[in-house]
Design a protein around this ligand. Structure first.
Ligand SMILES: Nc1ncnc2c1ncn2[C@@H]1O[C@H](COP(=O)(O)OP(=O)(O)OP(=O)(O)O)[C@@H](O)[C@H]1O
Ligand SMILES: [Mg+2]
Length: 405
């Protein structure tokens, strides 16, 4: 009798210490605003609490409608970049759509286990426990704990603990995202300040009675230039904000890509001509099903970069070709330049907001939003955008859009 009382006491103590640890962890999570370190803390905590070999966080990627690996204790960050899991035909997808936890005791024999990830990582999943990450408003992703140590089974306590951790984590992730958003607003205001300061200085100058008349035209030209810059900036900001909130409405039509390429090239023709740059178009023409105005915006962004970051007398090659991806047919468009190229260490940052390559940023004006807008537009079309580049040789930016049926 005494022994069993002691045993119950020991179990209660153990549970209490675990819950104390969960409270400690959730306090840590709620004060971490950097998304990457937050995600890292969550996977470490999951391994510790559930006693597993590995754990991973998959977050919903609104643009592609798939779950994307955001952090994992057994996948290197660069391997995770392109790793997605479909909602249909995966355990994580099931957990996400049902909003319920799930235990898989024998992963290799479970028809729902998505083998794609194991194949790529040579990680063998024996068993797993997955729970949804729920905020009060919605499900934002899934936490999975993989391979219980010592071949034990997942218990009800494990499920309860991972659920608690996941919901604390979900709220912390939403907070960190909101924090990032306010960073974006701070950066925005900062960018708007420069042209506004230039405008104010110009008006002050214009009002000076002693200003020689012949200077007026020059100052007014500056004002015109800065006003256009302000309009460009606000357009970019609005585009990024709309794309991020998932509120973009696409107006899909069927149109010839070569016509659009020619039309977009005309927009930057003068800029290219001033730098002695020639543009050549190759590949077969095809009709695509996309939002023509938005794809034109992507092309103008890529073309204007290909001019800005090109050498004088350089070339821009435009190429198109049909490609298959997951059974769907896409048109791939390549924009190649013969310019400065992008150092390998910066290539992964190219589509991030406000990112500019430090070595070329001072040579050309820009905000570092053009490529962010491109990525948002292409992904809203369920296409992909990527780059290949060699420093000093040039770069190729490629994207895909669905072919018209
Ligand atoms: N074709 C290219 N060759 C070399 N570097 C490039 C190329 N395209 C983009 N970059 C680098 O990537 C950065 C980000 O490009 P992005 O188009 O997003 O911004 P930006 O051109 O600086 O400003 P804007 O918002 O006006 O487009 C650029 O500042 C430049 O450093
Ligand atoms: Mg640009």
């Amino acid at each position: 009798m005494q022994a069993s009382n002691d045993e119950t006491q020991a179990q209660t103590d153990n549970l209490l210490s675990i819950y104390r640890r969960i409270i400690e962890i959730s306090q840590q999570l709620s004060t971490t605003y950097d998304l990457q370190s937050l995600l890292r803390k969550i996977v470490i905590a999951a391994n510790e609490l559930i006693h597993t070999e590995a754990s991973a966080i998959l977050l919903m990627d609104e643009a592609s409608g798939k779950l994307r690996f955001a952090m994992s204790s057994n996948i290197k960050p660069h391997e995770m970049d392109e790793m997605t899991v479909p909602l249909d035909g995966s355990i994580a997808g099931w957990i996400f759509t049902h909003g319920e936890p799930r235990v898989i005791e024998n992963a290799s024999q479970d028809p729902d286990h998505y083998q794609g990830v194991d194949d790529r990582l040579s990680f063998h999943t024996r068993n797993l426990l997955g729970v949804p990450m729920k905020t009060p408003a919605r499900v934002i992703g899934v936490v999975q704990a993989l391979n219980k140590i010592d071949n034990q089974r997942f218990t009800d306590d494990d499920i309860a603990m991972l659920r608690t951790l996941a919901s604390q984590a979900a709220v912390a992730i939403e907070n960190a995202r909101m924090f990032q958003q306010s960073d974006f607003i701070a950066e925005l205001v900062h960018e708007l300040r420069n042209p506004l300061v230039a405008l104010k200085a110009s008006t002050t100058l214009l009002l000076r009675p002693d200003l020689p008349g012949e200077k007026h035209a020059n100052i007014i030209r500056t004002m015109q230039f800065e006003t256009e810059r302000l309009i460009g900036l606000t357009d970019d900001f609005l585009n990024v904000a709309r794309l991020e909130s998932g509120r973009v409405q696409l107006e899909i039509s069927s149109f010839s890509m070569h016509h659009l390429l020619e039309e977009s090239a005309q927009v930057i023709e003068q800029q290219a001509h001033d730098k002695g740059i020639t543009i050549s178009l190759d590949g077969d023409d095809h009709h695509v099903a996309a939002d023509r105005g938005k794809i034109k915006q992507v092309l103008i962004n890529l073309l204007s970069n290909a001019v800005k970051y090109n050498i004088p007398q350089g070339t821009i090659y435009l190429n198109t070709g049909v490609m298959n991806e997951n059974g769907d047919r896409y048109l791939q468009v390549d924009v190649t330049d013969t310019g400065y190229g992008i150092p390998a260490e910066h290539q992964k940052n190219m589509f991030q907001k406000f990112f500019r390559v430090p070595t070329t940023a001072n040579m050309e004006r820009g905000t570092g939003l053009g490529l962010t807008v491109c990525k948002g537009i292409i992904e809203a079309h369920s296409g992909r955008i990527w780059l290949e580049s060699e420093e000093g040789q040039g770069s190729t930016f490629s994207f895909t859009v669905p072919l018209s049926l």
